[in-house]
Ligand binder design. Structure first.
Ligand SMILES: *[C@@H]1O[C@H](CO)[C@@H](O)[C@H](O)[C@H]1NC(C)=O
Ligand SMILES: *[C@@H]1O[C@H](CO)[C@@H](O)[C@H](O)[C@H]1NC(C)=O
Ligand SMILES: *[C@@H]1O[C@H](CO)[C@@H](O)[C@H](O)[C@H]1NC(C)=O
Ligand SMILES: *[C@@H]1O[C@H](CO)[C@@H](O)[C@H](O)[C@H]1NC(C)=O
Ligand SMILES: *[C@@H]1O[C@H](CO)[C@@H](O)[C@H](O)[C@H]1NC(C)=O
Ligand SMILES: *[C@@H]1O[C@H](CO)[C@@H](O)[C@H](O)[C@H]1NC(C)=O
Length: 774
């Protein structure tokens, strides 16, 4: 999303807009409830009760048809923009579509007021990159439920909208991307599970046909968008050159799951072009795939001002009218911005688009508002009408924010079992580093106002006496001030150094060019570690991976934790892990590359697959074979774990018809087809033993390496299970593997194929060969 029309200054305008919002909140802090926005208020205007569109006994389609038929062309065009004026004639109030809830109700967007003295904060969960590290689909949905409860409560007092443009499910393809922190990482399966879980939690459609919505979610940014600004390349004009194979096995899966499995109510198209076509004006991507193939039940919205971008920045169309027409015809229903409102009339007058296309678009928009109950009269008398201020920032909700951070935190190094620290024997702690007292840094971007903050310093000080020195004046750390910090470390029983990044380093419109710790942070860490009397714990707060090779090999640094941007309760969660109230089970959702990766690889190269002829190393654990600082899926716990395979087949056979070509000639792979894929599944039974004394939550990841055909990934995640295992005991884990779905690959043309031959299954350190034959 961008915030103003002045792209060259989109960052400063973001800040401007942000401070404007805060200023508005301050200036209006004496105000009570906002104006609750809903249509069909028969108490004000009894005539409305006779309109079919207000009749809740009728089907959504019928009501929408009635409403659209009651509008003039000018009114219809007005419903193409995100900020809709009041239509007094039909008793429809103004409505702002743009609200955000990436990890809690946010005050970004122009959809509503958001915070006042009635509800002054909302629960702020970790940034999705950390939540994803929990690999716990139940958690993704649980967070979504809490966020939508708080959103509905805020809607009921006139502070929030009903349509949220979250989550961001783009594949985190390059470690430099400033928005990677908003996403669930680099793996298509994990991103798909995150998308589905979070969307289900937000929308809570309680019937099979998903008619009613608690709030409407939106999966963005469709598609292959993951570059903001790199050298002189800008997201507004970037043409992502993507192969069919990468498209179908990497960039599309999270969006497909979001629509097909999550039943999301909206998809947002991205600014960038894909193979020369802007996604918001490409009927093959919008109408053919999202609407027809995936059967989106909802609306397609543009990224902010991206219709204007087609004309102004990309020069893709000769006139603004043509930009309006092309995007509507491609399948766009709603414009974040005012361009469609301004130019659609002209486009119709010039014969570039027809009124019926506008009707289709706004019907999709109205249908979502109907499903949200916006046309059902007073919300107080409807489901969720009882939610209010006491349902926001409850202790349960805040506890879930802490739990989410705990579940995501990844233990990357733990020499001599230095962690957990013992709260009886550690009597003093040096807490060092520019993120040691982080507050707003912990909630990242698309945040709101949190209920409260527990900084790492607060969290640790609640357990043992601490001494604190930031060591740098800010996270950029131009000049490390080591003297105080080193002196504290020299006298404390243990030292916790909390470094990393912030929105000043990685953010929207701010990609990194360097993935080392910023400024002199490395110098600070090394000096303080050398001076420390007790064990040193390095805590890295960041969205993207950091090349911390120096710390991996430094014997003075016993332990390393990655904590993402851990949300409002992040400091409490960090203390829970450091002092062993929680046994870590988070795993990296991204590959941590060495700095040499970003000096060699242009961010603009979208290819996932390596190219030996040019030395291009490929991207993500699925294709990259070079050195890593830490690999995808890496993460330790305080207890050793042993995996044992109890049951798994050595071989599976795919039944083929007598006349199938692969019976008479050698085939390397089989096209997926109904007849040979039916019920072709097997179970893997595992026994997982917790060798330690502590109870643990353990993450079991099942990967497969297909035979070397079709440029297949070297390794692909196909199963995720989370289990609780009591100290010194065992748990049974079962994976159900669907041969055609899970052991398939996408070929060069984008078709799903099952490779024949030896597949290697990986679970923990175990490998098991499985032959797939006909
Ligand atoms: C609403 O629609 C139902 C079903 O068609 C109909 O029976 C009822 O009379 C309608 N109500 C009003 C107020 O028109
Ligand atoms: C769901 O939709 C199908 C097809 O439109 C319909 O047959 C079925 O009755 C619907 N179920 C419910 C519970 O509305
Ligand atoms: C100290 O650690 C023990 C054992 O893990 C635990 O029971 C106790 O609650 C801890 N105390 C504090 C203040 O964290
Ligand atoms: C930690 O940060 C908070 C909020 O910015 C500030 O009020 C507090 O003084 C800081 N604590 C220390 C010890 O500097
Ligand atoms: C570590 O500290 C000692 C003094 O305590 C000093 O002599 C040595 O040079 C330091 N090493 C590094 C790498 O800073
Ligand atoms: C997954 O998350 C849910 C929700 O927080 C939690 O109740 C459950 O214990 C977690 N599962 C595991 C195995 O950690």
């Amino acid at each position: 999303m961008s915030f103003t029309k002045n792209r060259a200054h989109s960052v400063s305008s973001f800040l401007l807009c942000f401070s404007y919002l805060i200023l508005t909140c301050l200036l209006t802090s004496e105000k009570v409830n906002g104006q609750i926005s809903f249509a069909c208020d028969v108490s004000k205007n009894p005539v409305l009760g006779e309109y079919k569109f207000c009749n809740t006994s009728l089907a959504v389609e019928e009501r929408v048809y009635d409403l659209v038929s009651s509008l003039t062309l000018q009114e219809k065009i007005g419903y193409l923009g995100d900020t809709v004026a009041e239509l007094t004639r039909l008793g429809i109030p103004k409505y702002g579509w743009w609200s955000e809830a990436l990890h809690g109700v946010s005050n970004v967007g122009r959809g509503a007021t958001f915070f006042s003295d009635v509800i002054s904060g909302a629960t702020s969960f970790p940034m999705p990159i950390l939540t994803a590290a929990s690999f716990n689909a139940t958690l993704f949905e649980a967070i979504g439920r809490v966020v939508s409860t708080e959103a509905r409560a805020m809607y009921n007092v006139g502070l929030a909208g009903l349509t949220y443009w979250s989550p961001n499910v783009n594949i985190f393809r390059d470690p430099r991307w400033g928005r990677g922190q908003e996403t669930p990482g680099e793996d298509p399966l994990l991103a798909s599970k995150y998308a589905t879980g979070y969307v289900k939690g937000l929308q809570q459609t309680d019937d099979v046909n998903s008619t009613k919505l608690k709030v409407a979610a939106c999966c963005k940014h469709y598609t292959a968008y993951d570059l903001d600004t790199w050298k002189d390349v800008d997201r507004l004009t970037f043409n992502a050159v993507v192969t069919d194979q990468d498209m179908y096995d990497t960039f599309q899966p999270p969006f497909k799951s979001c629509v097909v499995d999550g039943n999301v109510a909206s998809v947002m198209c991205s600014y960038n072009q894909i193979n020369g076509k802007p996604s918001c004006a490409d009927p093959a991507l919008l109408k053919a795939v999202v609407r027809e193939e995936w059967r989106l039940n909802g609306y397609i919205v543009s990224d902010c001002d991206s219709v204007e971008v087609l004309y102004k920045n990309q020069h893709y169309t000769a006139t603004p009218e043509e930009a309006a027409a092309k995007s509507i015809i491609a399948g766009l229903d709603l414009d974040c911005g005012s361009y469609l409102g301004q130019y659609t009339q002209g486009a119709i007058d010039n014969g570039l688009v027809e009124e019926v296309d506008v009707e289709t678009a706004i019907s999709n928009n109205f249908a979502v508002l109907m499903r949200l109950g916006f046309f059902d009269g007073n919300p107080a008398k409807q489901p969720y009408g009882n939610l209010g201020p006491t349902d926001v920032c409850t202790s349960d909700n805040q506890e879930l924010a802490r739990e989410a951070a705990r579940q995501g935190i990844v233990l990357l190094k733990n020499d001599q079992e230095s962690l957990p620290l013992n709260n009886q024997t550690i009597k003093s702690l040096a807490v060092i580093g520019p993120n040691a007292n982080a507050t707003s840094v912990m909630i990242g971007n698309y945040a709101g106002i949190p209920c409260k903050y527990t900084s790492p310093l607060d969290g640790l000080t609640a357990i043992v006496p601490t001494n604190y020195s930031p060591g740098c004046s800010d996270v950029q750390c131009a000049n490390a001030q080591i003297d105080d910090a080193a002196a504290m470390a020299a006298s404390a029983d243990a030292t916790v150094i909390i470094v990393g990044a912030s929105l000043d380093i990685e953010a929207e419109s701010r990609d990194r060019d360097n993935i080392l710790l910023p400024g002199q942070q490395q110098f600070l860490v090394t000096e303080v570690a050398n001076a420390s009397k007790g064990p040193v714990i390095l805590v890295i707060m960041s969205g993207g991976g950091m090349d911390v090779s120096f710390a991996k090999t430094n014997d003075k640094i016993a332990s390393i934790l990655w904590v993402g941007y851990p949300g409002e309760a992040g400091g409490a969660a960090i203390a829970d892990v450091i002092f062993g109230a929680h046994n870590p089970s988070g795993r990296l959702p991204i590959t941590w590359y060495p700095q040499s990766y970003v000096t060699k690889v242009p961010m603009t190269n979208m290819n996932m697959r390596a190219d030996p002829t040019t030395g291009y190393p490929g991207r993500s654990y699925r294709f990259y074979t070079g050195e890593t600082v830490f690999p995808f899926g890496y993460g330790m716990s305080f207890s050793g774990v042993k995996h044992k395979i109890v049951k798994v087949p050595q071989m599976v056979s795919i039944p083929l018809a007598q006349d199938h070509v692969c019976r008479s000639s050698q085939c390397k792979s089989l096209e997926l087809a109904e007849e040979h894929c039916q019920n072709l599944a097997f179970d893997i039974h595992l026994e997982v033993k917790n060798m330690g004394e502590m109870n643990s939550q353990h993450t079991v990841l099942l990967f497969f390496s297909p035979p070397d055909v079709h440029n297949a990934p070297r390794k692909q995640l196909v199963g995720i299970e989370k289990v609780h295992i009591a100290g010194k005991s065992k748990a049974q884990v079962r994976f159900k593997v669907d041969v055609c779905k899970d052991l398939s690959v996408v070929d060069e043309l984008g078709n799903m194929k099952v490779p024949l031959g030896e597949h290697l299954l990986h679970i923990g350190d175990l490998k098991h060969a499985l032959t797939v034959k006909i």
